[in-house]
Design a binder for this molecule. Structure first.
Ligand SMILES: [Zn+2]
Length: 249
C-alpha cells in the first residue's frame, strides 16, 4: 500500500491522527491519471492539484517545517524528498543550453531530448560548527533566529573551497576567531529548500570575538551548566548542542 506525498510548494495534504499527522494512503486519495508523479521506497509524490480525496475523508494542509516532529519520522523524511523533487521539477523545465523542454529520464533526473544533457535536483551544502574552548562552546545569535535563541556558526559552502576551508572562513568572517582541529560530526538533509547541512566540531585557537559582517548580533562561549536558549527544532544544530551539553562532544 503506497503512501502519498501530496504537496503544493511547501505544504502537504495530511491525515490527522490522535498524536499528530500521517501521510495519506492510495486508498484515501486518488491521483489523477496523467499527473506527474515521483515514486520511491513505497511512496508516491504528486501535486495537491492532481489529488482527489476519496470517501469524504477530511485532510489538512500543513507546512513541511511545521509538521516536523508531528508525523512519523519516515513519513517526514519521505515528504521532504517528495517536496524537493516536485519543486525541482516545476522550476527546472527547460534545457539551459538550447531551451528544449526536458523529459524525465529516471525518478530523480531529467534529460534534454535535443542535446542529451542530464539534469538532477540541485543541492546546496552548508556547514554548522561547534567551536570549543576548553569545556565551553561558542553559541551565537543570528538575526534570522527568534529573540534570545543561540545556535551554531553556520554558512554556505562557496565555489572552490573544501568543507574544512568553509568552516574556518565562516568562523573567521562571522566572529573573527581562529580555529583548529576541524572534525566532521554528521550531516542532515535540510529541505527548506534543497540544502544539506554538514556538522563539524573545532577547537578555538586565538582571537577576540567580534561580529564584523552583520550576520551575527551576539554570542559568546557558554558553559554546560548555564547554556542559553537553543533552537527547539531537532535540527543538526540542536543535536550537536545537546551532545555537547551531555558531554559527548
Ligand atoms: Zn539541451
Amino acid at each position: 500500500m503506497k503512501r502519498l506525498i501530496l504537496a503544493s510548494r511547501n505544504e502537504l495534504l495530511l491525515v490527522k491522527t490522535d498524536s499528530g499527522y500521517r501521510l495519506p494512503t492510495e486508498h484515501e486519495v486518488n491521483v489523477c491519471v496523467g499527473a506527474e508523479t515521483f515514486s520511491f521506497d513505497g511512496y508516491m509524490a504528486s501535486s495537491i492539484e492532481e489529488a482527489e480525496v476519496l470517501y469524504d475523508r477530511e485532510l489538512e494542509r500543513r507546512g513541511l517545517r511545521e509538521s516536523w516532529g508531528m508525523m512519523p519520522e519516515e513519513h517526514y523524511r519521505a515528504a521532504s524528498k517528495g517536496i524537493e523533487l516536485l519543486n525541482w521539477s516545476g522550476a527546472e523545465r527547460y534545457c539551459g543550453k538550447d531551451g528544449t523542454l526536458l523529459v524525465r529520464a529516471t525518478e530523480i533526473s531529467k534529460r534534454c531530448p535535443e542535446c542529451g544533457r542530464e539534469y538532477f535536483p540541485r543541492l546546496n551544502p552548508a556547514i554548522v560548527v561547534l567551536v570549543k574552548r576548553g569545556e565551553e562552546a561558542l553559541l551565537v545569535h543570528a538575526s534570522t533566529l527568534r529573540r534570545d535563541v543561540m545556535a551554531l556558526v553556520a554558512g554556505f559552502v562557496e565555489t572552490g573551497e573544501s568543507l574544512e576551508e568553509c568552516v574556518a572562513r565562516e568562523v573567521m568572517e562571522e566572529t573573527s576567531l581562529e580555529i583548529e582541529d576541524i572534525r566532521y560530526y554528521g550531516s542532515q538533509s535540510w529541505p527548506f529548500p534543497h540544502q544539506l547541512m554538514i556538522g563539524f566540531t573545532a577547537r578555538y585557537k586565538e582571537g577576540e570575538i567580534r561580529f564584523a559582517d552583520g550576520e551575527l548580533t551576539a554570542g559568546s562561549f557558554f558553559t554546560r551548566e548555564a547554556p542559553p536558549v537553543i533552537p527547539s527544532m531537532p535540527s543538526l544544530t540542536r543535536i550537536m548542542i545537546d551532545a555537547w551539553i551531555r558531554g559527548e562532544i
